[in-house]
Design a protein around this ligand. Sequence first.
Ligand code: HEC
Length: 418
Amino acid sequence: MSFLQLVAGRVRVCLPRLCLTALALLAASAFLGTVLRAADSPAALPRLTSLLGETADVQFQKDILRGLTAAFQGQRTLPMPAGWEAIELRLAASADAEVRTLAQALALKFGSQTALTELRKLAVDGRAEMGLRRAALDSLIGVRDMELPKLLQRLVSDPAVRSTAIRALAGFDDSATPVAILAVFPKLLPDERREALNSLASRVAFARPLVAAVVAGAVPRAELTADLVRQLRNLKDDEIARQLDQVWGVMRETNPDQKKEIERYRRLYGAGGSTPGDAPRGRAVFQQICGQCHRLFDAGGQVGPDITGANRGDLSYLLETILFPNAVIPNDYRASTIETKDERVITGIVKEQNGNTLVVQTATEVLTLPRNEVKKIEPSDQSMMPEGLLANLKDQEVRDLLYYVTRPGQVPLPVGSK
Ligand code: HEC
């Protein structure tokens, strides 16, 4: 995909230069042949890396590095090609920051100790640039550095990288994680809270302390949005299910009468008078329970469709889709439950899968998992849009939300909110 386009693009750009020397032409055609198979066969790696060692053209180095990065995304380790150490040294001294970063990340996959030490140092360096620190963390996460859980647990109190750290902790079955995340929870920004809750809901061992914290009131009940409740139920743990029934209410087993339910909300909305809601307040509610998945006007996520162009003005349609998201589910949005070999449970839309990797869109992020770490993929007949979205709202919050969603254009957030 992107890799092939990139190579094709390179060849076009390359052509005038290739005319100059027959040798370069030869190298390039060999290059192309190997590159095309690179994703399937690590055997092609040495050719590519030696080319990387030979060329002094920074743009060409970048193309190869970007291509390799894309081709081996999701593969945690690769055999180190012969002569790599010298190439690594040379690229580490490059004047170009992207070349240095990409080369280091690749070196890490090859098992380079130098890269491992450097990246660990960079990840915790409070004076280093935020983007570089995050990239360093991402690389370490990619190879599942065994020292990571401790390092990440420390970083959850570092505002510059805590979001990355919180998300990554879901990938490690480490018993100290729930305590570390719950300790900083009150200090987190709204988006970080959602990430924290998502990570805690990712495996039974984390979810039990989370649900206990909700029962105890340490985590506000309203923070458990419908998609989190569904994720928690997907863990299929009796104790968690019982406590959820307590704090969230028992999920209706039988389908309620759709017409009656829609009518009930129509009346609730109508009871608000001629201007049932307040649009800025409604935007805040939308941001809390819908915005992570939907773009509306100029803001929001991409898990579900952009609803700016949807039939929003029609209250019945709107209520039908919000209250009964499973009535009609386009196949692109069907949720699956994925279980990893180390007991992580992921709810998301399978976007792509091949022999090496599985790409899943969860309610908060796009995850690329090595295929050999996945135990089970269970497609469901449920939409990625959860049921029960309105269940926990106060009547006026429902009115504000519906009022906002039916507006023709964007409104400012209420004064004082973020
Ligand atoms: C976890 C992600 C998620 C959340 C949270 C979510 N949705 Fe959705 N929504 C989806 C997906 C995926 C679809 C498309 C599949 C479907 O229709 O079931 C969808 C479909 C819709 C549609 C129909 C779109 C169309 O083109 O007609 C509307 C309207 C909608 N959502 C509104 C909302 C509102 C309002 C909220 C908050 C109360 C919300 N959604 C919360 C994921 C989500």
